[in-house]
Design a protein around this ligand. Structure first.
Ligand code: BES
Ligand code: MN
Ligand code: ZN
Length: 503
């Protein structure tokens, strides 16, 4: 959409992204913007903005001029987050975001910019409504994105819309409180996605899990009145002979710590201890739309970690599905206990890679904060692919070590291994524990304890690392996202993203 097209766009809100390379043309709009810049009223640093209301130059009710810095994907993301954040509080239903003044953005990165815009527009307008009596839902219904060449970005646009669907599904389930997101409800959500999308979903209950001898998983679930669920999702988009990628999600729907009870402060946030599981569900919701040529298995171990008369006790020794015995020195290190059995279960798929995703350790939050997820991998190629996907999706991770010396603290006098080491290097010892159960395939572990949700006033799930995982899977599919080579559309039209919530 040209600048002229934007000026006459009838919408509630028009967002003009303006890069630091902006050079005013002879038209009224760019002259006007130039004046605001020269007067110091508009800065072009990413996210800085100036608002207009019912201005005679524009058809749109509200216009937001927003700086996009040097117009890389990260800065465009910041700009859109800020502009949509301004509109979010208002009543805008229809929004147009224009790329027309984004000078400096290299043509070959247009796809990345489109992804950044769509993801940021969705992120900044997301609202949680499920457990409010008077829901105040997202007002924004449609975002039209003005780009110079629609056909060149069609595939990226479709990918971005699928990503948003997955991220929002992950956020929804992660945000729901534990009494509205029990293991049983998570399993039903998985079945609903599978049914809607035509892939298979098996849900195993306590009896079947016992028959599989998942002693570590069952031990964690023991103290809860809610029955555990083990969820197996299958997306088969590749050839029958293609070995699948297996994603494993930690689905602790509430983590009290068990008998090693957590302190009360902020314990409510332990409803987010199923964010790994939610991200696996989100990825499957996205796969249903992008349909890459790859086989993906999703495994979710879901249960609560509660203390009661039957609960697992510190010092108890349990036998995992692998046959290895585990001395449970701390019942709050429960994530690794449920994941180890899921990893053993993953062997039966002869996977080409297994990636587990878990809000595993407070130590990872200390190490990396909320910016990068912790990445551990037994395989350098797998690590590199995940790192690259994190960068391209703006959902970054950082690789941490797996030296054998870190496993020292996991030695036990009473079992093959203990479930905790010392306090030092806690994110690494947790990964070392998992690695013992992942010797049969290339394996990676994402510790998302710091990145999966935000605390404080903006408390809520982020939907990470759905973006990273989706970009990774697409990069692994035999057919990379096709960019159809078509002649330029003679009359540029906007690509339209519908933000109406799906049922
Ligand atoms: N779910 C927690 C990890 C966690 C803590 C995530 C805080 C985000 C914020 C996990 O089950 C846990 O309790 N881990 C313990 C391990 C310790 C007992 C070795 C931890 O990190 O304190
Ligand atoms: Mn815990
Ligand atoms: Zn936990």
């Amino acid at each position: 959409m040209s600048l002229g097209g934007c000026v006459s766009a009838k919408c509630d809100a028009l967002v003009l992204l303006i890069s630091e390379q902006f050079k005013p043309g002879k038209d009224e709009v760019s002259q006007f913007i130039d004046m605001a810049i020269k007067a110091g009223d508009l800065e072009l640093k990413a996210g800085k903005s100036l608002q207009l209301y019912r201005h005679s130059l524009f058809e749109a009710t509200k216009v937001i001029l927003v700086g996009a810095g040097s117009a890389n994907a990260r800065q465009v993301r910041q700009a859109v987050l800020s502009a949509v954040g301004i509109v979010r509080a208002g009543t805008a239903k229809k929004m147009v975001i224009s790329h027309a003044l984004l000078d400096g953005a290299a043509a070959n990165s247009l796809g990345a910019l489109v992804k950044a815009v769509v993801a940021a527009a969705a992120e900044a307008s997301y609202v949680y409504t499920s457990t409010k009596s008077k829901a105040d839902p997202r007002k924004l219904r449609a975002v039209t994105l003005g780009v110079p060449d629609v056909s060149a970005v069609q595939a990226d646009f479709a990918h971005a819309k699928a990503l948003v669907a997955g991220v929002e599904l992950a956020k929804e389930w992660a945000n729901r409180p534990a009494n509205h997101a029990t293991p049983t409800m998570l399993a039903e959500a998985a079945q609903a996605i599978a049914k809607r999308s035509g892939f298979s979903c098996d849900v195993l209950g306590p009896k079947q899990v016992a028959a599989l001898r998942m002693g570590a998983f069952m031990a964690v679930a023991r103290g809860s009145a809610e029955p555990l669920r083990f969820i197996v999702l299958k997306y088969l988009g590749g050839a029958t002979a293609d070995e699948p990628v297996v994603l494993v999600g930690k689905g602790i729907t509430f983590d009290t710590g068990g008998i090693s009870l957590k302190p009360g402060a902020e314990m409510d946030e332990m409803k987010f201890d199923m964010c790994g599981a939610a991200s696996v569900l989100g990825v499957f919701a996205s796969l249903a739309q992008t349909k890459p040529k790859i086989n993906v298995i999703g495994l979710i171990a879901a249960c609560e970690n509660m203390p009661d008369g039957t609960a697992l006790k510190p010092g108890d020794v349990v036998t995992s599905m692998s046959g290895q015995t585990i001395e449970v020195l701390n019942t709050d290190a429960e994530g690794r206990l449920i994941l180890c059995d899921a990893l053993t279960f993953a062997e039966r798929f002869k996977p080409k890679a297994v990636v587990d995703v878990a809000t595993l350790t407070g130590a990872c939050v200390v190490a990396l904060g909320g910016v990068r997820s912790g990445l551990f991998a037994s395989d350098d190629k797998l690590a590199a692919a995940l790192e690259a996907a994190g960068e391209s999706a703006q959902d970054p991770c950082w690789r941490l070590p797996l030296d054998e010396d870190y496993a020292e603290g996991l030695k036990s006098n009473f079992a093959d291994v203990a479930n905790v080491g010392g306090r030092a290097g806690g994110a690494v010892t947790a990964a070392k524990f998992l690695q013992r159960f992942a010797s049969k395939f290339p394996w990676a572990h994402l510790d998302i304890a710091g990145t999966a949700w935000k605390s404080g006033a903006a408390k809520g799930a982020t939907g990470r690392p759905v973006g990273l995982l989706l970009d990774y899977l697409v990069s692994q599919s035999s057919m990379q996202t096709p960019t159809p080579k078509q002649p330029r559309a003679s009359k540029p039209v906007g690509a339209r993203a519908n933000l109406a919530p799906s049922a």
